[in-house]
Design a protein around this ligand. Sequence first.
Ligand code: HEC
Ligand code: HEC
Length: 316
Amino acid sequence: MSDFIQSGWSVFIAAFTIIGIMVCIWLLLSQSKKSVGIDIDSNQIENNQVWDENLTELNNPLPRWWMWMFLISCLFGIGYLFLYPGLGSYPGRLNYSGQAEHQASVDEASVALKPIYERFASMTIEQVAKDTQAKEIGQRLFLTYCAQCHGSDAGGSTGFPNLTDQDFLYGGNIQAIETTIHKGRIAVMPSFVGIGDEKIIDLVSYLKNYSSSSRNQEQDQRGGLAFQQFCSACHGIDAKGNQILGAPNLTDDIWLYGGSEKSLKESIRNGRNGMMPAHENTISLEKMKILTAYVWSLSNQSKPEILERIQSNNPK
Ligand code: HEC
Ligand code: HEC
């Protein structure tokens, strides 16, 4: 759009708009006088205005009320374009801009919200996570910024991780979650189409071995060797993943892209490049703290069985 607002386009658009309005007014005025149809002197209907024996076509002027409405709209248009932006890059006499209005209401809201956020400023993330008001705000922030990808219950879907379980690509501690939201993440799982279909089938068999019992021993063995050769650098020798790289654990039954033979083949053949966008420029630091606490609490606090586990690990 900015291409059009700059330089010659601006003049072109402004000139086109003004000429358009002028032509409308001229057309209106030129049609407003009584003309063709009836010969005024003799009050006779002119010859070629009669059709089908008695259908008479008269060219009466436009109704007055209609004409005035049209004229008033044109004048309103001119007045509007003088006061508000609309003529190319001319900002309008009132210097109004939607952006400024939006910014003003954002500023107003931040002043109103300041005391609320200030309450959380001195708290730790764990404390914020326990706060009922912070939870409500956190949920609203999540619905605004994150739900379109992770789902409104943060349960995820194919390609978008579930944030409520304990299975993390990049780690579920506060710092890892914070980094993920601030900086975003790009997963790099290269395509292995080059190793050939046979090896890929062996690998799939090997991976499925972790989550199922009846297997083809020989194929699994070949798969295991291929795994050590091509995959262990990222997924680990034990295939349990590497959170520094975001390489998932392949031994559990939780799959980001699906655990069927077809999905596994696709993951290996085509590679996968999940992308979590960075939010450091869209979410203020105060909001970020509340959001981080909310996301952290999804997998750390909300589930009674997890709380139980934490408590039983830390006997008083
Ligand atoms: C455009 C879609 C999109 C949006 C919006 C988005 N995410 Fe993500 N997020 C992803 C994807 C895809 C991944 C997985 C990246 C990968 O495959 O490595 C991810 C990963 C994550 C992870 C890491 C999970 C793990 O297992 O380690 C967290 C935490 C996270 N997102 C939180 C958020 C929060 C909080 C928001 C809102 C501020 C958000 N995301 C918004 C797509 C998105
Ligand atoms: C350069 C590091 C790297 C190598 C090498 C690598 N992977 Fe991956 N792999 C990843 C990353 C990172 C992801 C996560 C992709 C995402 O989140 O989009 C992944 C994802 C996967 C998935 C999808 C998991 C799921 O939950 O859906 C499978 C299956 C997989 N890898 C298998 C393999 C196999 C088999 C090999 C060896 C042929 C291999 N990977 C080699 C980094 C690697």
